[in-house]
Ligand binder design. Structure first.
Ligand code: AMP
Ligand code: ZN
Length: 475
C-alpha cells in the first residue's frame, strides 16, 4: 500500500509499526451544530481507508475524537440557555446518526475531550517540567514553540516566516506574559459562564491541540501509524500536536500523515463559519446518503472536490447503474434453473478477477477511489454483457454478485436503499409537535415551551401558522 505522507511530501510504502495492526487517529468534529458535508468528507474517506486495510487483512485500531469543549460550543449553548455539555451531547448523538446513514462505521473508540482532562493536565505538567511550557500570572499555560526544534516539519514552514494569529489558539491577544507570539495555549483560565476543571495552574479548560495529543496517546500509544484529518488541520493543529507529543513522549508521534482536500462550493471551502454549507441532513432530504458517499469517493481524497447538484445527479446515476446490475442478478437468480456453471461461465467468472485486481491496485496507490469506481463500472459492463439475453446458472449469477458486492462493500456503498433514518426522525419530530399541541390544549405552557426548545436544540424551528404547526430546519 502506498500512502502520500504529508510529512515527507511523497508517496511512501506503508508498513505498520506492529505487523498486521494499524494504529490510526482521525481528528473528529467540534460538535456545536449538525455536521456539514465538508466534515463528512474525512469521515467517508478514512472509513473507506479503514475498510480497505481490513480487506487487506489488517486489524485497524481506529480512534476518532469529539471536540466537546470549545468557544463555539460554549457560545451556542449560552445562546440557547443550556449547559454546553447538553448541547454537545445532543450533537454527538445527531452526528452518530448521520455517520450510520452514510455507512461510516463507529470508531474503535470515540473519546470526548471533556472526559480526558486528567490526561491533558498530566501532559501539560510534563511539558512544563521539561521546559517546553510555562504558566503565566493569570493561570494560562503556553507551549514554548521555538524550543521545539522540529516545529514546521509537517507544514513545511520555516518558523521565522510564521505569523502570529494563525488559527485557533495560536491567536492570543492582550496577554503580556506570553514570551513569544508563536507560543500557543495549552490551558486557559475560566471565564464567567464557561465550563471549567481544576488544574495546578487555575480552574479552566484545555486548548484544542492538547486534546488530540492526549487522546492519541491514551488509546493508541506514544507512536501511532497514521494520523489523519482535513488539510486545514495541517497548520497549526497538527503541527502543534507533533510539538506537544514529541516533546512530552520523546518519541516520534505519527509515522504517516494523511490529509483530505476540501469540499468546496463554487470553488470556495465549505465551512460553518463562512455560512456556505449544507448539513448532511439537508442532503438527506433530497438524496439517499449513499449517493453522497459515492460522490465523495468519485474524486481522489487529496484533490479539492466541488459540490454541485449536477455532480450529485451524476453520482446518483452512477450508483443506480451498479444497483441496477445487482438487482438484475437477483431477478435472474430467481428464474435460473441450473445450479452449476458451464465451461463458458466458469471462464467468465474467472474474468472477474481482472477487475478485482485492478480495483486493488488502484486502491493500493494512495487510495485512488476514483479509479476504483471506474474498475467497478467496467465490471458492471462485463456482467451486463454476460447476462444479456441469457439465463446463466445460479452459481454463475452468485459469482457475479459476490464479486461486485465485494468491491462495493470495501467502498462502504450499501446497495439497498434506506430512507428510514430520516423517516424515523420525522416521525419523532411530529410526535413531539403533537405532544406540544396536547400540552397547549391543557394550558401547560411550560411543557409546551420545553418541547419547543428541545426541538430548537436539534435545529428544528416550529412555526405556528393558521394551517397548523409547521417545522423546518434552522439555516
Ligand atoms: P471541525 O469540526 O471544523 O474541527 O472539522 C472536523 C473535520 O472536518 C476536520 O478533519 C476538518 O479538516 C474537516 N473539514 C471541515 N471542513 C471541511 C471541508 N470543507 N472539506 C473537507 N474537510 C473539512
Ligand atoms: Zn485533532
Amino acid at each position: 500500500m502506498k500512502i502520500f505522507n504529508t510529512l515527507s511530501q511523497r508517496k511512501e510504502e506503508f508498513t505498520p509499526l506492529t505487523p498486521g495492526i494499524i494504529k490510526m487517529y482521525v481528528c473528529g468534529p467540534t460538535v456545536y451544530n449538525l455536521i456539514h458535508i465538508g466534515n463528512a468528507r474525512p469521515m467517508i474517506v478514512f472509513d473507506t481507508f479503514r475498510r480497505f486495510m481490513e480487506h487487506k487483512g489488517y486489524e485497524v485500531d481506529f480512534v476518532s475524537n469529539f471536540t466537546d469543549v470549545d468557544d463555539k460550543i460554549i457560545n451556542a449553548a449560552n445562546d440557547k440557555g443550556i449547559p454546553s455539555s447538553e448541547l454537545s451531547e445532543n450533537f454527538i448523538k445527531e452526528c452518530k446518526k448521520d455517520m450510520e446513514a452514510m455507512n461510516v462505521r463507529p470508531a474503535t473508540v470515540h473519546p470526548k475531550a471533556t472526559e480526558e482532562i486528567q490526561g491533558m493536565v498530566s501532559m501539560i505538567d510534563t511539558l512544563i517540567k521539561k521546559g517546553y511550557a510555562y504558566d503565566t500570572k493569570d493561570g494560562t499555560v503556553y507551549y514554548r514553540t521555538r524550543k521545539f526544534k522540529g516545529y514546521g516539519k509537517l507544514s513545511h514552514k520555516n518558523i521565522d516566516d510564521l505569523e502570529s494569529g494563525h488559527g485557533r489558539d495560536l491567536k492570543v491577544t492582550g496577554n503580556e506574559d506570553k514570551e513569544d507570539y508563536l507560543d500557543f495555549v495549552l490551558w486557559k483560565p475560566k471565564k464567567e459562564g464557561e465550563p471549567a476543571w481544576e488544574s495546578p495552574w487555575c480552574a479552566g479548560r484545555p486548548g484544542w491541540h492538547i486534546e488530540c495529543s492526549v487522546m492519541a496517546k491514551r488509546y493508541l500509544g506514544d507512536t501511532i501509524d497514521i494520523h489523519a484529518g482535513g488539510e486545514d488541520l495541517i497548520f497549526p493543529h497538527h503541527e502543534n500536536e507533533i510539538a506537544q507529543s514529541e516533546a512530552a513522549n520523546e518519541k516520534p508521534f505519527a509515522r504517516y500523515w494523511m490529509h483530505n482536500g476540501f469540499l468546496n462550493i463554487d470553488h470556495v471551502k465549505m465551512s460553518k463559519s463562512a455560512g456556505n454549507f449544507f448539513t448532511v441532513r439537508d442532503i438527506a432530504e433530497k438524496f439517499d446518503l449513499m449517493v453522497l458517499r459515492f460522490f465523495m469517493l468519485s474524486g481522489h481524497y487529496r484533490s479539492p472536490l466541488n459540490f454541485s447538484a449536477e455532480m450529485m445527479e451524476q453520482a446518483k446515476a452512477g450508483l443506480e447503474r451498479i444497483r441496477g446490475c445487482v438487482s438484475n442478478l437477483a431477478f435472474l437468480y430467481g428464474k435460473a434453473e441450473r445450479d452449476s456453471m458451464d465451461s463458458e461461465e466458469e471462464e467468465a467468472s474467472k474474468g472477474l478477477k481482472a477487475f478485482e485486481e485492478k480495483f486493488d491496485s488502484v486502491m493500493e496507490d494512495d487510495l485512488n477511489t476514483a479509479d476504483a469506481i471506474t474498475a467497478i463500472f467496467d465490471m458492471v459492463k462485463f456482467i451486463n454483457n454476460e447476462t444479456k439475453g441469457k439465463l446463466p446458472s445460479k452459481a454463475a449469477l452468485k459469482a457475479f454478485k459476490d464479486s461486485l458486492t465485494g468491491l462495493t462493500n470495501i467502498l462502504g456503498l450499501r446497495l439497498d436503499e434506506r430512507s428510514d433514518y430520516l423517516d424515523s426522525e420525522k416521525a419523532e419530530i411530529e410526535a413531539l409537535i403533537e405532544r406540544r399541541q396536547e400540552a397547549r390544549k391543557n394550558k401547560d405552557f411550560a411543557a409546551a415551551d420545553a418541547i419547543r426548545s428541545q426541538l430548537l436544540e436539534r435545529g428544528i424551528i416550529l412555526e405556528d401558522t393558521r394551517a397548523g404547526v409547521k417545522w423546518k430546519r434552522a439555516e
